[in-house]
Design a protein around this ligand. Structure first.
Ligand code: NAP
Length: 498
């Protein structure tokens, strides 16, 4: 199936509009069955330099193309992604493991982002404002930064890339993209689409390879003026400190320890449905996945009972089989990390009520599968309630009041997404004000962000920037203030206004 869909055994880099072979490569493994799908190039610093040089030249011309014309390419790309949605979704499931239904949702996010950012070609608004002095005009406008670097993780291989590259492109930049080594197929497919959509050569460059080689070279390259990174906290912090030394703009989207709060007045069926979808969808490997459930003590038992019933119903297996609702874990290291935390949870005294083991029957041969897991009677300070596990594991924390729920929600070092289930209108408004996360849901789970709203988090989740939404443009543009004096004399601003 992979050959029929991909029509190649080896992916190539895409540099200066050319598809470039590399001698060194690594296999891309389907996490559902352990089979190699294709090989991905392992590039080095020289490949990054070639791409940056080409991008630098191309960007100068691209910046002069009127933004509505730049946007035309994104409209075409969005249309092509729509036409290829099923193929892209199947390939995404194969390289990442998420079930097909979710893969289709992710590809749709990319399509939505193409059309949304194409619309920005006719906006890219700045401001005109009154000037202090007579016969003087003033405005602010966005200018492209130049060559920008994007580094993306394996868990949303196409959506996150579109959140970053489409605003960069429409704003007049050239992009160097390093996809995660586990999931380079979406990068190959998206670059092909942009090429066919008419993007001039050198504006999108895909340089595959390890983070420690290609990513590091991008971070250190003087001519890459922005790094937009999504991934783990540890990698992000290292990138930020290096960018800080160079005064390079850096946008970071990192981990989460997201919670769903269930109040005593909640619609419990709805809440349980939201918990199951947010915690076990994508096997808990979403940055917005719910890994904590904060429950009012009066409904704790009911919530636990209903969760156990729903966990039992979850069909786990290869995401290409549409009867499965939960797919595999990305790789062995991911599985080992989950196992480590299960052990920690047990030692901390949390009560293991479901799961807690690797699925290794014949049905799962070759793949990496973990049973959906529920720990109850957790305290807010346990490591399993504080640290990102990135697997299908819930820590359920009972609380006595709304105020305590808010404190527990906010008492972690991350701040990406949070959710509350309640039917009390006053609590709804208090919660949306007091939950200290970049994304807040009421009567919905912690996942399901829409692309025209800002995506990102507070505290250890990021450094104040946002992906997607119109706010994404701030990462890839510089604000320029322009003053045009048509008085015919030298006016000295504050001195002449005294
Ligand atoms: P990761 O290990 O940090 O990798 C992310 C990307 O960084 C990959 O492309 C990786 O390349 C690259 N990289 C690794 N070392 C690097 C270095 N020294 N310099 C430059 N680049 C380097 O993270 P992950 O495990 O793939 O992704 C999961 C994490 O992402 C989770 O923590 C999750 O919460 C977070 N995430 C956050 C968001 C958000 O928006 N907040 C969204 C999705 C995921 P290689 O993989 O090729 O080595």
């Amino acid at each position: 199936m992979s050959k029929a869909l991909l029509k190649t055994d080896n992916l190539q880099n895409f540099i200066d509009g050319e598809w470039v072979e590399k001698h060194e490569s690594a296999p891309v493994i389907n996490p559902a069955n352990g089979k190699t799908i294709v090989d991905v190039p392992l590039s080095d610093e020289k490949d990054v330099s070639k791409a940056v040089e080409a991008a630098g030249k191309a960007q100068k011309e691209w910046a002069l193309v009127p933004a509505p014309q730049r946007a035309e390419v994104l409209f075409k790309a969005g249309q092509m992604m729509k036409e290829r949605k099923e193929r892209l979704s199947q390939l995404l499931t194969m390289e990442n493991g998420k079930v097909l239904e979710e893969a289709r949702g992710e590809v749709q996010e990319g399509i939505d982002m193409a059309f949304y950012m194409a619309g920005e070609g006719r906006r890219l608004f700045g401001h005109t404002t009154p000037a202090e002095l007579p016969n003087k005009f003033s405005m602010s406008q966005r200018a492209p930064v130049g060559v920008v670097g994007i580094i993306t993780p394996w868990n949303f291989p196409i959506a996150i890339a579109t959140w970053k590259s489409f605003p960069a492109i429409v704003a007049g930049n050239a992009v160097i993209w390093k996809p995660a080594t586990e999931t380079p197929i979406m990068a190959y497919e998206l670059a092909k689409i942009l090429e066919e959509a008419g993007l001039p050569k050198g504006i999108m460059n895909v340089v595959n390879g390890r983070g420690s080689a290609v990513g590091d070279a991008m971070v250190h390259h003087d001519d890459i003026r922005v790094i937009s990174f999504t991934g783990s906290n540890e990698t992000g912090r290292n990138i930020a400190s290096e960018c800080g030394k160079q005064l390079k703009k850096v946008s970071l989207e990192m981990g989460g320890k997201n919670a769903i709060t269930v109040m005593d007045d909640a619609d419990l069926n709805l809440a349980v449905e939201g918990i199951i979808w947010s915690a076990y969808g994508t096997s808990g490997q979403r940055c917005t996945a719910a890994s904590r459930v904060i429950v009012h003590e009066d409904v704790k038992e009911k919530v636990e009972e209903r969760l156990l019933v729903e966990i039992e119903k979850l069909a786990i297996g290869d995401g290409l089989d549409e009867s499965n609702k939960v797919g595999p874990i990305i790789n062995k290291a991911g599985l080992e990390k989950i196992e480590k935390y299960i052990q920690i949870g047990k030692e901390e005294g949390a009560k293991l009520m479901a799961g807690g083991y690797v699925l290794d029957d014949d049905k799962y041969a070759g793949g990496h599968y973990y049973a959906p897991t529920l720990f109850t009677d957790c305290t807010a300070d346990m490591r399993i309630s504080q640290e990102e596990i990135f697997g299908p594991v819930i820590s359920l924390i009972p609380v006595k009041s709304f105020e305590e729920a808010i404190d527990v929600n906010n008492g972690v070092s991350f701040g990406l997404s949070s959710s509350i289930f309640t039917t009390d209108a006053n609590r709804v408004f208090q919660a949306q004000r007091d939950l200290d996360t970049g994304i807040v849901y009421v009567n919905a789970g912690t996942t399901g962000a829409e692309i025209h709203l800002p995506f990102g988090g507070t505290k250890g989740t990021g450094n104040g920037h946002r992906d997607s939404g119109v706010q994404a443009l701030d990462v890839f543009t510089e604000w320029k203030a322009v003053y045009i004096d048509y008085s015919g004399k030298l006016q000295r601003a504050q001195i002449d206004t005294e």
